[in-house]
Design a protein around this ligand. Structure first.
Ligand SMILES: [Ca+2]
Ligand SMILES: [Ca+2]
Length: 201
């Protein structure tokens, strides 16, 4: 090898070493579920935007209906169920009665205690009798197992009654579809007010 070629080679080696600096840190967070269905379209109620991109806010916090750590699962480690479709709501006024009403692609309203025709189940109906939710007002609908049906999932959030709470009630709706999570935050003030979202798979 001639002397003229050696210098550029040495520089290239240094550059390669410098490029390597910074490797060895913690690996980028991988989505918990990297497979599964994708959203074809989302319809939002007037004046409410669904956030499509997840920005990590730190470790997962319970009962806020937010995928805080952006691993693709909402409120994991909090005793709540999840599946390849999951919708959760949380609200800040413990006395207010807010309902999460999800209609599956077969047109069935998902209820507490039994799976709908498309396999979705609802857990928690808050505030519930005798303060059963202990002030953690979250309702959750999830696909019990397997692949979800394709079609339209209609998500209606309804302020049933204020129950003595001071309006507005701040509500968060979080949805997990396959590997991705979505979020919307909005206020509700009037009893029987509804906000409807549609997720088409
Ligand atoms: Ca999470
Ligand atoms: Ca959370």
């Amino acid at each position: 090898m001639s002397r003229r070629l050696r210098a550029p080679l040495a520089l290239a080696t240094v550059a390669a070493l410098l490029a390597g600096v910074g490797c060895g840190g913690p690996p980028a967070q991988q989505p918990a579920a990297s497979r599964g269905p994708k959203v074809r379209s989302i319809k939002e109620p007037n004046g409410v935007a669904v956030e499509r991109a997840c920005s990590p806010r730190g470790p997962e916090l319970c009962f806020n209906a937010i995928d805080d750590n952006c691993n693709g699962i909402i409120d994991e480690g909090c005793g709540m169920h999840t599946g390849l479709v999951q919708v959760a709501i949380a609200w800040d006024e413990a006395k207010a009665d807010v309902d999460l009403n999800v209609t599956d692609p077969k047109g069935a309203l998902v209820e507490v205690g039994r799976a709908s025709e498309a396999g979705l189940v609802k857990e928690r109906d808050c505030p519930g009798r005798h303060n059963a939710c202990l002030g953690q007002n979250v309702e959750n609908v999830y696909l019990e197992e397997g692949e979800p049906d394709r079609g339209e999932y209609q998500v209606t959030v309804r302020l049933e009654k204020l129950g003595g709470a001071n309006p507005p009630v701040h509500v968060t709706m979080g949805a997990r579809i396959g590997p991705k999570t979505y979020r919307a935050q909005f206020e509700m003030s009037k009893p029987e007010e509804e906000k409807t979202f549609t997720f088409e798979l």
